[in-house]
Design a protein around this ligand. Structure first.
Ligand code: NAD
Ligand code: G6P
Ligand code: MN
Ligand code: MN
Length: 433
């Protein structure tokens, strides 16, 4: 039987993951599921872990659910390790969002200065986990969901020898679902050719039953409700002429880059009202954990769909199953480029449609990115690389470089002010600095 370890098991998303394992038990017979957390998250782990046990019991499946704070015991002989942790919990996220906004800069969990700092906190932890995996389960796959997933996957590829690593995001699957809704068809009939980076991915073509419907779909994206496919990003709507000329499907996070002033206005309003996303999510999370405590609850509550990570378990479990069963189907994931996108370094992580085999994802080559998106994608890749380097070295100059080259930061001066304030605010979680 399979042994799966989930690091950050106290996450409110865990019931979604459990539901996925239950629904696909026939093709993916998980025997042991270890939910790992740390002292800070012990209470959450207990509550959500007990719900997980009730869910498995109700389904009548022989999956043993273990709850532990001892990562190394959990990792011993694991087959798949999934990560969904948040260093510093939502308090740290609130700082990532609020400090940049207090200086008039986009404050977002995976973009701009907030994304950089989430990376600085997270990369050292993921490298530690990889070290443990190399000692305790050298054949296991690491399926990383922890943000910033692009920078984290880049760091694993650059600073470790682990090659069985896949970065995963729910945005591409969310885009597929959203387009299916827009066309009013079942999502199984829709396929998108994805290429780019995590949270910077483009749909280069869109197919319905194998026939391109890109032009039709692009027409429909000018309305705000169709310009984001996730709950945590409120889209601004696209100018139809712009999208026609771009000739590609944008992802929700493109709103921050192609609509920066509009998005900043909205965020500043939320900031003044005490409603940045971390604050909204904290409220949601409190409500969810109240529900999870109910001993009569033994399924995933509907409210979880208010979080941005919808379809996370579908994406994670279809990926694990395709690796395990060597399915060779096509899924969008983060993996080593190996020349699939010529303008991105071969050894870097890209997010794109891949054939999923037992040896891992193989990118589907589709030529280079359109010239209009190439520069921005390269800039974000450089930001991820330099950000990862800063996280590993703890070098101040490197951190300022990453901050300043980020397209959402207007100057080295503002970048430095934000950097200094955030280094101080997060120092408890930045042992390398
Ligand atoms: P959360 O705040 O609920 O944190 C999850 C758990 O991680 C907590 O119980 C916490 O105690 C634990 N944790 C913190 N540091 C840890 C460590 N060193 N080792 C083990 N556990 C640790 O977070 P969440 O909202 O469930 O999100 C979890 C992660 O998933 C975040 O990084 C988030 O950005 C990411 N996420 C990714 C996507 C995606 O598309 N890739 C979508 C949604 C969320
Ligand atoms: C999705 C993304 C994640 C993101 C999350 C935030 O958009 O793919 O990477 O961080 O949702 O959701 P939340 O509900 O925590 O704001
Ligand atoms: Mn994501
Ligand atoms: Mn379906």
């Amino acid at each position: 039987g399979l042994k799966v370890v989930t690091i950050g098991g106290g996450s409110s998303y865990t019931p979604e993951l459990i539901e996925g394992f239950i629904n696909r038990y026939d093709e993916l017979p998980v025997k042991e599921l270890w939910l790992v957390d740390i002292e800070e998250g012990k209470e959450k782990l207990d509550i959500v872990g007990n719900l997980a046990k009730r869910m498995v019991e109700k389904a009548g499946l022989p999956i043993d659910v273990h709850l532990t704070l001892d990562r190394q015991t959990a990792l011993k002989d694991a087959d798949f390790v999934t990560t969904q942790f948040r260093v510093g919990l939502l308090d740290a996220r609130a700082k990532d969002e609020r400090i940049p906004l207090s200086h008039g800069v986009i404050g977002q969990e995976t973009n701009g200065p907030g994304g950089l700092f989430k990376g600085l906190r997270t990369v050292p932890v993921i490298l530690d986990i990889v070290k443990d995996m190399e000692a305790l389960c050298p054949n296991a796959w690491l399926i990383n969901f922890t943000n910033p997933a692009g920078m984290v996957t880049e760091a694993v590829l650059r600073y470790t020898d682990l090659r069985k690593v896949v970065g995963l995001c729910n945005v591409p699957i969310g885009m597929e679902m959203g387009i299916a809704r827009l066309l009013d068809v079942d999502h199984s009939r829709v396929r998108i050719d994805f290429a780019g980076l995590n949270h910077m991915v483009y749909g280069l073509d869109i197919f319905l039953d194998g026939v391109s419907v890109k032009e039709d779909v692009i027409q429909k994206l000018s309305s705000p409700e169709n310009s984001s496919f996730v709950k945590n990003v409120e889209g601004s709507g696209w100018e139809p002429e712009f999208l026609r000329a771009l000739n590609a499907l944008t992802c929700p996070y493109h709103n921050y880059y192609y609509n920066t002033d509009v998005m900043l206005e909205k965020e500043l309003e939320n900031y003044r009202d005490g409603k940045v996303r971390a604050q909204v999510v904290q409220k949601l999370e409190n409500e969810l954990f109240e529900l999870y405590k109910d001993p009569d609850l033994s399924e995933k509550p509907q409210q979880l769909s208010e979080r941005g990570g919808a379809y996370y378990s579908d994406a994670a479990i279809r990926l694990i199953s395709s690796i395990y069963n060597d399915k060779k189907d096509i899924q969008p994931v983060n993996t080593i480029n190996n020349g699939a996108i010529p303008s991105i370094p071969a050894e870097s992580a890209v997010e794109m449609s891949c054939v999923i085999t037992k040896e891992g994802p193989k990118p589907v080559a589709m030529g280079d990115l359109p010239v209009a998106s190439r520069g921005l994608v390269q800039q974000i890749k450089s930001f991820e690389r330099i950000g990862a380097e800063a996280a590993v070295t703890g070098n101040y100059d490197t951190a300022l470089l990453a901050m300043t080259i980020n397209p959402l930061v207007p100057s080295d001066k503002t970048g430095k002010v934000i950097l200094d304030e955030m280094l101080e605010a997060h120092k408890q979680h930045l042992p390398n600095f």
